[in-house]
Design a protein around this ligand. Structure first.
Ligand code: SF4
Ligand code: SF4
Length: 289
């Protein structure tokens, strides 16, 4: 039987901001949201092999193979990102296809230095069968089963999807980008019914590690909807951490570059409105750049 593969845009051997402790993080290509304010817009779509980026590469790291598929030679790449800048399809040729065994090999190499692994994106759950196979094999490997398995997600996966991964999942970090349907639809291209259902469902299953709230002054509505947000959070276990993220311009393109960045004082004002309404731990951003 052929092994599951993932389309991977990046691997971080160590991260301390993608779940509890030190974690190896796998960023998967592809997302089912199309956020105006996306910080990694080149991770949204799978490459369509149009070849427009081939000629721009200064080191000849890109080519089209005899099947018309883009080929990226990582050894030739200087990571100048000119290919990403020229891609009008919000994609990247700099992805790798990794099997579950290849990822397990990387995890074995790091196992003495990490507390767990996190699958992020793009939207991690777009490649759910890979995640399930990977987590299942981590949990059944006597040298790896001390590692926790986390997912960082936009929360758009259905309950039946979550049910498939829950037996192997230790925790999830879920983003809530807006409260009102119209605002959410405008900001990400989809409504938030499934996101809010995911937050409640994972909390009910004791798998919600962190709820992330993105504050975009004057654009997202979380500050105007603080009472509704607090009501949602108050129904979650107090073990759920709330992380506040401040909108910045890093990686952003298009109209969102004209939007006001979230300053420390704006974030503190949001925090001070939320703090008295919920008993949960609230994590503020450590940097505003
Ligand atoms: S990365 Fe973008 S420009 Fe390059 S081949 Fe893929 S879709 Fe075309
Ligand atoms: S990032 Fe790498 S593949 Fe892309 S243009 Fe630069 S050298 Fe070429």
């Amino acid at each position: 039987m052929t092994e599951r593969q993932a389309i991977v845009s990046r691997i971080l051997n160590f991260s301390c901001v993608d779940g509890p402790g030190n974690r190896l993080v796998l960023f998967l290509q592809g997302c089912n949201f199309n956020c105006i304010n996306c910080h990694n817009p080149h991770t949204i779509n799978y490459c369509n092999d149009c070849g427009d980026c081939v000629e721009i590469c200064p080191t000849n790291a890109l080519s089209l193979d005899n099947k018309g598929k883009i080929y990226w030679d990582e050894n030739q790449c200087t990571h100048c990102d000119q290919c990403i800048d020229i891609c009008s399809y919000r994609s990247s040729p700099k992805v790798s296809q990794l099997t579950v065994s290849e990822v397990l090999f990387l995890i074995h190499r790091q196992k003495g230095f990490i507390n767990g692994i996190t699958i992020s994106g793009g939207e991690a759950t777009m490649q759910l069968p890979f995640i399930i196979d990977l987590f299942r094999r981590i949990k059944s490997d006597s040298q790896l089963n001390h590692l926790t398995c986390f997912v960082d997600s936009n929360g758009y996966l259905s309950r039946s999807g979550w049910d498939k991964v829950l037996p192997y999942l230790d925790g999830a970090m879920i983003d809530l980008k807006s409260w009102q349907q119209e605002t959410h639809q405008w900001l990400v291209g989809r409504d938030n019914h499934k996101v809010i259902d995911t937050i409640r469902y994972l909390a009910d299953k004791e798998k919600l590690h962190e709820l992330r709230l993105l504050h975009i002054p004057g654009k997202s509505d979380l500050d105007d909807e603080i009472a509704n947000i607090a009501r949602l959070i108050c129904h979650l276990p107090e073990t759920v951490q709330v992380r506040l993220n401040a909108f910045q311009h890093h990686g952003v393109e298009g109209e969102a570059l004209q939007w006001e960045k979230c300053s420390e004082s704006q974030m503190l004002s949001f925090y001070q409105s939320l703090r008295p309404l919920i008993p949960h731990k609230i994590q503020l951003p450590s940097v505003y750049v």
